[in-house]
Design a protein around this ligand. Structure first.
Ligand SMILES: [Ca+2]
Ligand SMILES: [Ca+2]
Length: 109
């Protein structure tokens, strides 16, 4: 019966004004809050995995190159130029490195 408890727990969270009913608005708000949270956590996680030198601020083409070649996504011999081009394509402020919002642009469809 653990499932019922779980349902009750989620229901209580969604039921913001605690009147025992979940309105469409409350349901909508819950979903939105969850989606926003998931997105920023995903981004943070992605940023951390790209941020090889752990400066927490920038992703350079060297860092991108490291990650992509580790994942086997690019061939060793061509990767340096490929990564610079990739950085360049999403580098909105043209400083040659990605900040997290630029990484987000790269990851979004
Ligand atoms: Ca870095
Ligand atoms: Ca940049």
């Amino acid at each position: 019966m653990a499932d019922l408890d779980e349902i009750q727990r989620i229901y209580d969270i969604v039921d913001e004004n605690a009147d025992g009913m979940v309105s469409v608005d409350e349901m909508h708000g819950y979903h939105q809050a969850n989606e926003e949270k998931d997105e920023s956590e995903d981004l943070l996680e992605a940023f951390r995995s790209f941020d090889q030198n752990k400066d927490g601020t920038y992703i350079s083409s060297d860092e991108l190159q490291n990650v992509l070649s580790t994942m086997g996504l690019i061939a060793q011999r061509q990767d340096s130029q490929t990564c610079e081009e990739m950085i360049c394509r999403f580098d909105s402020d043209c400083n040659g490195v990605w900040i997290s919002s630029e990484l987000k642009n790269m990851m979004s469809p």
